[in-house]
Write a protein that binds this ligand. Structure first.
Ligand SMILES: [Ca+2]
Length: 418
């Protein structure tokens, strides 16, 4: 009996010793491992992990499944257009009008499609229009030149198109921002110029065009890129690098400056319900921004930017007398359009989807960023959704509770549903 107890006790003791030994060596080998892994390898591992996650996301996208970073689930179905050239940019812009979808290709082809119950089954037909008479085409030039359209907007049975207007002076093209308008309810859309800038800039400068929204009554707000002319951005005598208000009337050259200090606006959304105007813009290397526009304020460029600019810049906007962005990126996703998505995203607050082009890498661009905010007007990026393509434009379609994205690399519309 005594012997048996001794054996049991010895066994427990031995097991205890073994446990202590194992725990000690395990701890030691773990320390040893940790010491071996330096910051570089850890960094490499996390990049590899990101790449594995990205491959998973790509595989899911082929099945039409999307899971956001915060585990919201969506489905994507695509409508393909015939894309002749892989570098067809900007590919186009989408809007809805009553029971129709409107897609305008960058080259000015206008398509209408009656919304089907399943929106991705919508068939598009080309609509006759005179819009190409405003454009110059040059086969020696790339698609950024030949695709003149930079935005479309629908308001009160009219379609508005923002485009880059060109003239040839000697051997050089000089460009500027124009807006044309046509009534929608016609078989043949007849566009007429309603806004034009007198100032013109060399075509080789890429920050051109503009983004348009309705402001109030007969007034519209137009965001105009810097056109590479920084002295003009700093001067009240030029419209570049500013948002302007103009009236839809015959006085095509009249406008009033609304805000200043913008580099390359790519998205504009007037949230009338919340009385907020959102603008997205491209920074230089880093410094893409989301801004909320308030009359007569200056948003920094070219004096303040969170990116690396050629000229000397402040980072802090506010300390130097400029408006801080609501959000900025250190690594640019190349933000494009911004729109409100109502209850499409699961949040108690109002949420906005911000699309992005290719940006710094696939970890930043090719995503939809989800920004939500409360009534105290504090906004944060809450989630991101990988779409795996350059997203040129985005629209929320309330009738179907879906989001449509214009996918530039594949030449398609992506219909995102829950
Ligand atoms: Ca700024």
């Amino acid at each position: 009996m005594k012997n048996k107890k001794l054996i049991i006790f010895s066994c427990i003791f031995a097991a205890l010793l073994l446990f202590i030994f194992l725990a000690f060596t395990a701890q030691k080998s773990k320390n040893w491992l940790v010491n071996k892994i330096d910051a570089k390898i850890e960094n490499k591992l996390s990049i590899e992990l990101d790449q594995i996650k990205l491959e998973l996301k790509k595989t899911n996208l082929q099945l039409g499944l999307i899971r956001s970073e915060k585990d919201e689930n969506f489905i994507i179905n695509k409508i393909y257009f015939n894309k002749k050239n892989s570098m067809d940019r900007p590919f186009g812009y989408v809007e809805e009008y009553k029971n129709e979808l409107i897609f305008v290709h960058g080259n000015g082809n206008i398509y209408f499609g009656k919304k089907e119950k399943k929106l991705h089954e919508t068939k598009f037909f080309i609509k006759d229009s005179n819009i190409k008479k405003f454009f110059i085409f040059d086969s020696e030039k790339d698609s950024y030149f030949n695709n003149s359209v930079r935005d479309i907007y629908i308001f009160k049975d009219n379609i508005y198109v923002v485009y880059i207007d060109k003239i040839k002076i000697k051997d050089e093209y000089m460009t500027t921002t124009n807006v044309v308008k046509s009534s929608i309810n016609k078989n043949n859309l007849n566009f007429k110029k309603i806004f034009a800038l007198k100032e013109r800039y060399p075509e080789s400068i890429v920050h051109a065009g503009g983004k348009l929204q309705h402001y109030s009554d007969d007034t519209f707000i137009l965001a105009i890129p810097d056109n590479g002319y920084l002295d003009g951005v700093n001067s009240d005598n030029f419209a570049v690098g500013k948002t302007v208000l103009f009236k839809d009337n015959d006085k095509i050259y009249e406008y009033k400056v609304f805000t200043k200090g913008h580099r390359n606006p790519q998205g504009l959304f007037n949230d009338k319900k919340n009385n907020l105007i959102f603008l997205t813009e491209h920074g230089p290397a880093g410094g893409d921004e989301i801004n909320i526009l308030k009359k007569n304020l200056n948003y920094g460029w070219p004096k303040a930017s969170y990116g690396q600019a050629d000229q000397k810049t402040f980072k802090n906007h506010m300390a130097n007398g400029f408006e801080e962005p609501v959000h900025f990126w250190e690594n640019n996703p190349a933000v494009s359009e911004i729109t409100k998505v109502s209850k499409f995203y699961n949040s108690a607050n109002d949420c906005y989807f911000i699309s992005s082009l290719s940006g710094a890498s696939e970890f930043f661009g090719n995503h939809i960023y989800v920004m939500c905010g409360d009534s105290s007007k504090k906004f944060n990026i809450k989630d991101k959704i990988y779409i795996g393509d350059r997203i040129r434009d985005i629209a929320y379609i309330q009738s179907h509770n879906v989001v449509i994205v214009v996918l530039e690399a594949s030449g398609s519309l992506g219909v995102i549903s829950k």
